[in-house]
Unconditional design. Structure first.
Lengths: 130, 69
């Protein structure tokens, strides 16, 4: 499996970062960026008309999972293994979350690595871009 | 004879109940949610725990959103 090296291409917009993510990680069926307030940024592989439902579900998942945090800690990642797929999220310090749905079981560490690179590229763009 | 039949019926119904229970418990054991925090700590909620029951349906909603029926 190849790995994503978005740091080598510098800051990119979210749509490009997500497209690169699913291209480099063929196990990822769909991916999206959700802002801290639950607003969907960009997505790839999400069927038309389903993006809002995806954003709502991700936002609620993050809210509930965050309730289990210990004092002072911030929710950073979620990995949900389900019967017919897996869900990964990585949340950055700026509150944005990259979520990915994986169909075939794969190494969680690699998926998290690629999601973190993707998020870093997006945050870099947001921080230094237009 | 009647007592033997009663014992057998009790054993059989117990075995069936045990099988159903095992299937329910271990059937859900494959579903789990790992939650990681930025201080390096993480928690795993698996099976039919109350915490998993709060998170798994939302993760399934995420999955369903990208895989409409």
């Amino acid at each position: 499996m190849r790995s994503l090296h978005l740091d080598t291409v510098g800051a990119v917009d979210a749509a490009r970062a997500l497209a690169d993510l699913v291209e480099i990680s063929p196990h990822i069926e769909a991916a999206a960026v959700v802002a801290g307030d639950g607003i969907l940024g960009d997505s790839v592989g999400v069927p038309e008309g389903r993006a809002d439902e995806l954003a709502r579900a991700v936002h609620e998942l993050l809210e509930r999972a965050g309730a289990f945090r210990s004092e002072g800690a911030r929710l950073a990642q979620i990995h949900a293994e389900l019967g017919d797929g897996e869900v990964f999220t990585v949340t950055g310090t700026q509150g944005q979350t990259v979520v990915a749905v994986v169909g075939k079981r794969t190494a969680a560490g690699l998926v998290f690595y690629d999601l973190k690179r993707c998020l870093a590229a997006i945050e870099s763009k947001d921080g230094h871009g237009s | 004879m009647g007592r033997k039949l009663l014992r057998f019926a009790g054993f059989a119904s117990g075995a069936v109940a045990g099988t159903v229970l095992c299937r329910r418990v271990f059937g859900a054991a494959g579903e789990r949610v790992d939650v990681y925090f930025d201080d390096g700590s993480f928690v795993t909620f698996a099976g039919r725990s109350s915490e998993a029951a709060r998170l798994v349906p939302l993760a399934q909603r995420v999955l369903a959103a990208v895989r409409p029926a």
